[in-house]
Design a protein around this ligand. Structure first.
Ligand code: AKG
Length: 278
């Protein structure tokens, strides 16, 4: 996949049917190493990190930004291999809605409750569920350190009511239980550089990190250009995306964040995921 960004018709079909698609080695080992090194070293990422609690009092770290920049993160979110795949799955031009870097520390990293991303994004003025995300493992994600779980095919249920608790939105537990009884829960165990594409209405969650390993991942989120939100907040309205070559990540190397302009800042109204900054 690293040298060929075209998804096959079968892969697109599988995304549409299941609400998710795993692409092993979307990024190669060298790219995954660069991204992990950047995640651990980037001072602006650290400065804009927010703690998100789970219900048991554990927390994990998230950094959210709206616009891609001329740094290693922008080279990923504007890469043909991610954006072309998104366009194939969402059926037309997409733009960068936002990206986020997530960290679950060993033994203390918190869980994410069952939710749909459209549970949040509906409230941001997106009229249609024409959004999807690309979840990229920077180090190995597995059951032990709290990998992503999805309920296969749950996006066909449409948007489910969400409630807020401990700073996180969670989908109506009664509906989640019924869907989980009928459908398969898939643990998305990924090696570094592998990716999970998932539809904004697919139910997903992750467990706490009870292992002695970290879990680092990057999530790039896209909206269809034809789904321009009627609110410009907290994430941008349609902004044309300039795609970059798949070779750009290695060419750019370890170029860390170049501007703090589009990060969420703790003094903004939109600081936690449980409210509007997701
Ligand atoms: O990475 C995870 O464990 C969950 C993140 C998530 O659910 C999200 O950002 O929508």
């Amino acid at each position: 996949m690293a040298n060929n960004h075209q998804l096959s018709a079968k892969q697109v079909r599988s995304f549409l049917d299941d609400g998710y698609l795993i692409v092993p080695n979307l990024f190669d080992q060298q790219e995954a190493n660069l991204l992990l090194a950047a995640a651990q070293a980037d001072p602006m990422m650290k400065d804009h990190t927010l703690d998100v609690d789970d219900r048991s009092g554990r927390n994990s770290q998230i950094t959210v930004w709206n616009h891609p920049r001329n740094d290693i993160w922008g080279m990923v979110s504007c890469s043909h291999r991610v954006v072309d795949a998104m366009e194939a799955m969402l059926g037309g031009e997409v733009y960068h809605y936002h990206s986020k870097l997530l960290h679950k520390k060993p033994e203390v990293g918190g869980a994410w409750e069952w939710h749909q991303d459209y549970g949040y994004w509906y409230k941001n003025g997106c009229l249609y569920p024409y959004l999807a995300s690309c979840w990229i493992a920077l180090n190995r994600a597995d059951k032990g350190n709290g990998c992503m779980q999805v309920i296969k095919g749950s996006h066909h249920a449409g948007r489910i009511e969400h409630h807020v608790d401990s700073g996180q939105n969670y989908a109506d537990p009664e509906r989640v239980e019924q869907l989980a009884n009928r459908l398969e829960i898939v643990y998305c165990e990924l090696d570094p550089g592998s990716a999970l594409f998932f539809h904004c209405n697919v139910l997903h969650r992750s467990d706490a990190n009870t292992s002695n390993r970290t879990r680092w991942n990057l999530i790039c989120c896209y909206n269809a250009a034809r789904n321009n939100p009627y609110k410009a907040f907290p994430h941008p309205q349609y902004t044309p995306l300039e795609k970059v070559a798949d070779t750009a990540i290695k060419e750019m190397g370890l170029k860390l964040s170049v501007s703090s302009d589009s990060f969420y800042k703790p003094d903004q109204e939109v600081i936690t995921r449980g409210h509007t900054a997701k």
